[in-house]
Design a protein around this ligand. Structure first.
Ligand code: FA5
Length: 341
Protein backbone atom coordinates (compact mmCIF):
# COMPACT_ATOMS: atom_id res chain seq x y z
CA UNK A 1 0.00 0.00 0.00
CA UNK A 2 1.33 3.47 -0.90
CA UNK A 3 2.61 5.53 2.04
CA UNK A 4 0.43 8.50 3.02
CA UNK A 5 1.68 12.03 3.21
CA UNK A 6 1.42 12.08 7.02
CA UNK A 7 3.34 8.83 7.32
CA UNK A 8 6.04 10.17 5.04
CA UNK A 9 6.35 13.37 7.09
CA UNK A 10 6.70 11.37 10.33
CA UNK A 11 9.28 9.10 8.74
CA UNK A 12 11.27 12.07 7.46
CA UNK A 13 11.46 13.66 10.93
CA UNK A 14 12.57 10.38 12.44
CA UNK A 15 15.41 10.18 9.92
CA UNK A 16 16.28 13.84 10.41
CA UNK A 17 16.54 13.25 14.13
CA UNK A 18 19.16 10.58 13.55
CA UNK A 19 21.24 12.62 11.09
CA UNK A 20 24.19 14.60 12.49
CA UNK A 21 26.86 14.92 9.83
CA UNK A 22 26.83 16.90 6.62
CA UNK A 23 26.78 13.71 4.51
CA UNK A 24 23.75 12.40 6.37
CA UNK A 25 21.84 15.61 5.61
CA UNK A 26 22.79 15.33 1.94
CA UNK A 27 21.59 11.75 1.83
CA UNK A 28 18.27 12.85 3.34
CA UNK A 29 17.89 15.54 0.74
CA UNK A 30 18.40 13.05 -2.07
CA UNK A 31 16.17 10.45 -0.39
CA UNK A 32 13.22 12.79 0.02
CA UNK A 33 13.66 15.57 -2.52
CA UNK A 34 15.73 14.00 -5.32
CA UNK A 35 14.18 13.17 -8.72
CA UNK A 36 13.37 9.72 -7.44
CA UNK A 37 12.88 10.98 -3.90
CA UNK A 38 10.02 9.92 -1.68
CA UNK A 39 8.27 13.32 -1.53
CA UNK A 40 8.69 13.74 -5.26
CA UNK A 41 7.25 10.22 -5.56
CA UNK A 42 4.00 11.35 -3.93
CA UNK A 43 3.17 13.12 -7.16
CA UNK A 44 3.11 9.75 -8.83
CA UNK A 45 0.01 8.99 -6.78
CA UNK A 46 -1.78 11.84 -8.49
CA UNK A 47 -3.69 9.43 -10.77
CA UNK A 48 -5.37 7.87 -7.74
CA UNK A 49 -6.61 11.28 -6.55
CA UNK A 50 -10.08 12.49 -7.50
CA UNK A 51 -9.77 15.21 -10.22
CA UNK A 52 -11.34 17.92 -8.06
CA UNK A 53 -8.82 17.19 -5.24
CA UNK A 54 -5.73 17.10 -7.41
CA UNK A 55 -4.92 20.79 -7.16
CA UNK A 56 -5.15 20.71 -3.40
CA UNK A 57 -3.09 17.52 -3.28
CA UNK A 58 -0.36 19.08 -5.47
CA UNK A 59 -0.21 22.09 -3.17
CA UNK A 60 0.12 19.83 -0.13
CA UNK A 61 2.99 17.91 -1.74
CA UNK A 62 4.77 21.18 -2.58
CA UNK A 63 4.24 22.41 1.00
CA UNK A 64 5.80 19.19 2.29
CA UNK A 65 8.72 19.63 -0.11
CA UNK A 66 9.33 23.15 1.30
CA UNK A 67 9.02 21.86 4.84
CA UNK A 68 11.55 19.06 4.24
CA UNK A 69 13.92 21.48 2.51
CA UNK A 70 13.81 24.08 5.28
CA UNK A 71 14.02 21.51 8.08
CA UNK A 72 17.20 20.05 6.57
CA UNK A 73 18.64 23.54 6.14
CA UNK A 74 17.87 24.45 9.74
CA UNK A 75 19.56 21.31 11.06
CA UNK A 76 22.64 22.00 8.91
CA UNK A 77 22.91 25.49 10.43
CA UNK A 78 22.46 24.15 13.94
CA UNK A 79 25.17 21.58 13.34
CA UNK A 80 27.54 24.33 12.10
CA UNK A 81 26.86 26.43 15.15
CA UNK A 82 27.46 23.49 17.49
CA UNK A 83 30.74 22.70 15.78
CA UNK A 84 31.85 26.31 16.06
CA UNK A 85 31.03 26.45 19.75
CA UNK A 86 32.93 23.24 20.35
CA UNK A 87 35.95 24.64 18.55
CA UNK A 88 35.86 27.86 20.58
CA UNK A 89 35.47 25.93 23.79
CA UNK A 90 38.45 23.75 22.87
CA UNK A 91 40.74 26.66 22.06
CA UNK A 92 39.64 29.24 24.65
CA UNK A 93 39.30 27.51 27.90
CA UNK A 94 39.60 29.96 30.79
CA UNK A 95 40.53 28.95 34.26
CA UNK A 96 39.64 31.94 36.38
CA UNK A 97 41.39 30.45 39.38
CA UNK A 98 44.83 30.55 37.73
CA UNK A 99 47.19 33.40 38.75
CA UNK A 100 47.37 36.11 36.07
CA UNK A 101 51.15 36.16 35.86
CA UNK A 102 51.00 39.98 35.91
CA UNK A 103 52.25 41.89 38.91
CA UNK A 104 49.88 44.18 40.77
CA UNK A 105 49.78 47.78 39.54
CA UNK A 106 50.80 50.65 41.73
CA UNK A 107 50.12 54.33 42.15
CA UNK A 108 52.88 56.76 41.41
CA UNK A 109 54.26 58.29 44.62
CA UNK A 110 53.31 61.77 43.41
CA UNK A 111 49.71 60.61 42.92
CA UNK A 112 49.73 59.13 46.42
CA UNK A 113 51.04 62.28 48.03
CA UNK A 114 48.76 64.50 45.95
CA UNK A 115 45.68 62.55 47.00
CA UNK A 116 46.76 62.69 50.62
CA UNK A 117 47.20 66.46 50.56
CA UNK A 118 43.92 66.85 48.69
CA UNK A 119 42.11 64.91 51.40
CA UNK A 120 43.67 66.99 54.15
CA UNK A 121 42.64 70.27 52.56
CA UNK A 122 39.23 69.00 51.47
CA UNK A 123 38.54 68.11 55.11
CA UNK A 124 39.28 71.75 55.95
CA UNK A 125 36.76 73.04 53.44
CA UNK A 126 39.02 73.65 50.41
CA UNK A 127 37.71 72.85 46.93
CA UNK A 128 40.03 71.07 44.51
CA UNK A 129 40.43 72.80 41.15
CA UNK A 130 42.01 71.86 37.86
CA UNK A 131 43.76 74.24 35.48
CA UNK A 132 45.42 74.22 32.05
CA UNK A 133 49.05 73.35 31.43
CA UNK A 134 49.30 75.80 28.51
CA UNK A 135 48.59 79.30 29.75
CA UNK A 136 49.09 82.88 28.63
CA UNK A 137 51.51 85.50 29.84
CA UNK A 138 48.77 87.41 31.64
CA UNK A 139 47.78 84.55 33.91
CA UNK A 140 51.29 83.23 34.52
CA UNK A 141 52.86 86.63 35.18
CA UNK A 142 50.95 89.88 34.75
CA UNK A 143 47.94 88.99 36.88
CA UNK A 144 50.45 88.00 39.54
CA UNK A 145 51.97 91.45 39.75
CA UNK A 146 54.88 90.51 37.46
CA UNK A 147 54.72 93.02 34.59
CA UNK A 148 56.75 92.59 31.40
CA UNK A 149 60.52 93.01 31.91
CA UNK A 150 60.16 92.55 35.68
CA UNK A 151 63.35 90.83 36.91
CA UNK A 152 61.23 88.24 38.78
CA UNK A 153 60.47 86.62 35.43
CA UNK A 154 64.06 85.41 35.37
CA UNK A 155 63.34 83.29 38.44
CA UNK A 156 61.34 80.92 36.27
CA UNK A 157 62.91 79.69 33.05
CA UNK A 158 59.91 79.64 30.80
CA UNK A 159 59.15 77.46 27.80
CA UNK A 160 57.38 79.72 25.29
CA UNK A 161 55.29 78.37 22.45
CA UNK A 162 55.41 79.83 18.96
CA UNK A 163 51.87 81.24 19.39
CA UNK A 164 52.98 83.38 22.37
CA UNK A 165 51.48 81.07 24.98
CA UNK A 166 53.67 79.24 27.46
CA UNK A 167 53.91 76.10 29.54
CA UNK A 168 52.76 76.81 33.08
CA UNK A 169 55.86 77.50 35.18
CA UNK A 170 53.95 77.46 38.47
CA UNK A 171 50.47 76.65 39.71
CA UNK A 172 50.09 80.31 40.78
CA UNK A 173 49.11 80.82 37.12
CA UNK A 174 45.61 79.62 38.05
CA UNK A 175 45.10 82.08 40.92
CA UNK A 176 43.45 84.81 38.85
CA UNK A 177 41.02 82.49 37.05
CA UNK A 178 39.95 80.82 40.28
CA UNK A 179 39.43 84.13 42.09
CA UNK A 180 37.33 85.33 39.16
CA UNK A 181 35.39 82.06 39.05
CA UNK A 182 34.39 81.98 42.73
CA UNK A 183 35.00 85.42 44.22
CA UNK A 184 35.47 85.77 48.00
CA UNK A 185 35.33 84.17 50.50
CA UNK A 186 37.32 81.36 48.91
CA UNK A 187 39.31 78.28 49.90
CA UNK A 188 40.80 76.32 47.01
CA UNK A 189 43.74 74.10 46.17
CA UNK A 190 44.86 73.41 42.63
CA UNK A 191 47.51 70.80 41.89
CA UNK A 192 49.25 70.80 38.53
CA UNK A 193 52.25 69.94 36.41
CA UNK A 194 54.79 72.72 35.94
CA UNK A 195 57.54 73.13 33.38
CA UNK A 196 60.80 75.04 33.62
CA UNK A 197 63.69 75.12 31.25
CA UNK A 198 66.34 74.51 33.85
CA UNK A 199 69.18 72.05 34.33
CA UNK A 200 68.24 69.06 36.39
CA UNK A 201 69.92 67.68 39.50
CA UNK A 202 68.88 65.53 42.49
CA UNK A 203 66.24 68.07 43.59
CA UNK A 204 65.39 69.90 40.33
CA UNK A 205 63.42 68.54 37.39
CA UNK A 206 62.24 70.42 34.32
CA UNK A 207 58.79 68.87 34.76
CA UNK A 208 57.47 68.66 38.29
CA UNK A 209 54.27 69.04 40.29
CA UNK A 210 53.13 71.77 42.60
CA UNK A 211 49.97 72.29 44.58
CA UNK A 212 48.78 75.83 44.98
CA UNK A 213 46.46 76.83 47.78
CA UNK A 214 44.62 80.06 48.42
CA UNK A 215 42.38 81.16 51.23
CA UNK A 216 40.60 84.51 51.03
CA UNK A 217 38.24 85.82 53.66
CA UNK A 218 37.78 88.67 56.12
CA UNK A 219 40.64 88.97 58.63
CA UNK A 220 42.91 86.29 57.17
CA UNK A 221 46.39 86.72 58.62
CA UNK A 222 49.81 85.09 58.74
CA UNK A 223 48.75 83.02 61.74
CA UNK A 224 46.07 81.35 59.57
CA UNK A 225 48.73 80.61 56.99
CA UNK A 226 51.08 79.05 59.54
CA UNK A 227 48.27 76.99 61.06
CA UNK A 228 47.31 75.46 57.69
CA UNK A 229 50.92 74.75 56.71
CA UNK A 230 51.63 73.05 60.05
CA UNK A 231 48.44 70.96 59.89
CA UNK A 232 49.20 69.84 56.35
CA UNK A 233 52.79 68.79 57.13
CA UNK A 234 52.01 66.98 60.36
CA UNK A 235 49.17 65.07 58.65
CA UNK A 236 51.31 64.10 55.66
CA UNK A 237 54.29 62.93 57.70
CA UNK A 238 52.38 61.72 60.76
CA UNK A 239 55.30 62.85 62.88
CA UNK A 240 57.05 66.03 63.85
CA UNK A 241 59.06 67.34 60.92
CA UNK A 242 61.60 70.10 61.26
CA UNK A 243 60.64 73.11 59.15
CA UNK A 244 61.88 76.65 59.01
CA UNK A 245 60.22 79.78 57.78
CA UNK A 246 62.35 82.56 56.36
CA UNK A 247 61.62 85.68 54.39
CA UNK A 248 61.17 85.08 50.67
CA UNK A 249 60.46 87.34 47.74
CA UNK A 250 57.64 86.72 45.29
CA UNK A 251 55.92 89.70 43.66
CA UNK A 252 52.50 88.15 44.23
CA UNK A 253 52.73 87.97 48.03
CA UNK A 254 53.56 90.51 50.70
CA UNK A 255 55.03 89.51 53.05
CA UNK A 256 56.43 86.36 51.44
CA UNK A 257 58.14 83.37 53.03
CA UNK A 258 60.16 80.36 52.10
CA UNK A 259 59.12 77.27 54.00
CA UNK A 260 61.96 74.74 54.05
CA UNK A 261 61.88 71.19 55.33
CA UNK A 262 64.80 69.44 57.01
CA UNK A 263 66.13 66.94 54.45
CA UNK A 264 64.63 63.52 55.21
CA UNK A 265 67.32 61.75 53.19
CA UNK A 266 70.29 62.84 55.33
CA UNK A 267 68.43 63.93 58.46
CA UNK A 268 69.65 67.48 57.93
CA UNK A 269 73.36 66.65 57.74
CA UNK A 270 73.69 67.59 54.08
CA UNK A 271 73.64 65.36 50.99
CA UNK A 272 73.21 65.68 47.19
CA UNK A 273 69.39 65.56 47.57
CA UNK A 274 69.45 68.87 49.48
CA UNK A 275 72.54 70.26 47.78
CA UNK A 276 74.43 69.70 51.04
CA UNK A 277 72.46 72.35 52.89
CA UNK A 278 70.43 69.99 55.10
CA UNK A 279 67.25 71.86 53.99
CA UNK A 280 64.96 71.63 51.00
CA UNK A 281 62.76 74.47 49.76
CA UNK A 282 59.30 72.99 49.89
CA UNK A 283 56.43 75.41 50.13
CA UNK A 284 56.87 79.14 49.58
CA UNK A 285 53.92 81.12 50.77
CA UNK A 286 52.71 84.52 51.92
CA UNK A 287 49.88 86.99 52.14
CA UNK A 288 48.38 87.62 48.71
CA UNK A 289 49.48 90.98 47.32
CA UNK A 290 46.57 93.48 47.03
CA UNK A 291 47.34 93.97 43.33
CA UNK A 292 46.74 90.26 42.76
CA UNK A 293 43.47 90.32 44.68
CA UNK A 294 42.32 93.37 42.70
CA UNK A 295 43.22 91.67 39.40
CA UNK A 296 41.08 88.74 40.56
CA UNK A 297 38.13 91.05 41.21
CA UNK A 298 38.36 90.78 45.00
CA UNK A 299 37.41 93.74 47.22
CA UNK A 300 40.67 94.50 49.05
CA UNK A 301 38.97 96.75 51.61
CA UNK A 302 37.08 93.75 52.88
CA UNK A 303 39.23 90.73 52.16
CA UNK A 304 42.76 89.48 52.68
CA UNK A 305 44.18 86.09 51.88
CA UNK A 306 47.16 83.77 51.90
CA UNK A 307 48.64 81.63 49.15
CA UNK A 308 51.16 78.82 49.08
CA UNK A 309 52.91 76.86 46.33
CA UNK A 310 53.71 73.41 47.65
CA UNK A 311 56.38 71.44 45.76
CA UNK A 312 54.47 68.14 45.45
CA UNK A 313 57.31 66.28 43.75
CA UNK A 314 59.73 67.26 46.49
CA UNK A 315 57.15 66.34 49.10
CA UNK A 316 56.96 62.84 47.57
CA UNK A 317 60.78 62.65 47.74
CA UNK A 318 60.80 63.57 51.41
CA UNK A 319 57.87 61.39 52.36
CA UNK A 320 59.14 58.26 50.61
CA UNK A 321 62.88 58.81 51.00
CA UNK A 322 63.54 59.14 47.26
CA UNK A 323 67.08 60.42 46.90
CA UNK A 324 66.94 61.73 43.36
CA UNK A 325 63.94 63.62 41.99
CA UNK A 326 64.74 62.36 38.47
CA UNK A 327 63.78 58.81 39.53
CA UNK A 328 60.18 60.01 39.74
CA UNK A 329 60.01 60.73 36.01
CA UNK A 330 62.13 57.76 34.98
CA UNK A 331 59.25 55.33 34.47
CA UNK A 332 61.27 52.70 36.29
CA UNK A 333 58.63 50.12 37.14
CA UNK A 334 60.89 48.34 39.60
CA UNK A 335 61.17 51.36 41.81
CA UNK A 336 57.42 51.99 41.54
CA UNK A 337 56.61 48.42 42.65
CA UNK A 338 57.27 49.32 46.27
CA UNK A 339 54.28 51.68 46.24
CA UNK A 340 51.73 48.93 45.56
CA UNK A 341 48.75 49.62 47.80
C1 FA5 B 1 56.74 79.34 42.96
O1 FA5 B 1 56.59 78.62 42.00
C2 FA5 B 1 55.65 80.19 43.49
N1 FA5 B 1 54.59 80.24 42.56
C3 FA5 B 1 55.19 79.63 44.82
C4 FA5 B 1 54.31 80.54 45.64
C5 FA5 B 1 52.94 80.39 45.57
C6 FA5 B 1 54.85 81.52 46.46
C7 FA5 B 1 52.11 81.21 46.30
C8 FA5 B 1 54.05 82.33 47.21
C9 FA5 B 1 52.68 82.17 47.14
P1 FA5 B 1 59.13 78.43 43.48
O2 FA5 B 1 59.71 78.70 42.16
O3 FA5 B 1 60.03 78.58 44.64
O4 FA5 B 1 57.80 79.31 43.71
O5 FA5 B 1 58.55 76.96 43.50
C10 FA5 B 1 57.76 76.49 44.55
C11 FA5 B 1 58.17 75.09 44.96
O6 FA5 B 1 58.10 74.25 43.84
C12 FA5 B 1 59.64 74.98 45.41
O7 FA5 B 1 59.79 75.29 46.78
C13 FA5 B 1 59.91 73.53 45.14
O8 FA5 B 1 59.42 72.74 46.18
C14 FA5 B 1 59.14 73.29 43.89
N2 FA5 B 1 60.00 73.45 42.71
C15 FA5 B 1 60.37 74.58 42.10
N3 FA5 B 1 61.18 74.33 41.05
C16 FA5 B 1 61.33 73.00 41.01
C17 FA5 B 1 62.05 72.10 40.17
N4 FA5 B 1 62.75 72.53 39.13
N5 FA5 B 1 61.99 70.79 40.42
C18 FA5 B 1 61.24 70.34 41.46
N6 FA5 B 1 60.52 71.11 42.28
C19 FA5 B 1 60.58 72.43 42.07
Amino acid sequence: MAITMEELRAQFYEHLQQAHAQEAFEELRVRYLGKKGEVTGLLKNMGAIAPDKRKEYGQMVNALKDEVESSIKKRIEEAHQRELEMRIAATERYDLTLPSGLSEGSYHPITLVQREVEQIFASMGFTIEDYDEIVDDYHCFEALNIPKHHPARDMQDTYYLSNGQLLKTHTSAAQNAIMRKYGAPLRAIFPGRCFRNESTDACHENTFFQMEGIMIDENISISNLIYFMKTMLSEVFQRDVKVRLRPGFFPFVEPGFELDISCAICGGKGCPSCKNSGWLELCPCGMIHPNVLKAGGIDTDKYTGFAFGLGLTRLAMMKYGIKDIRDLNSGNLKSLDQFVK
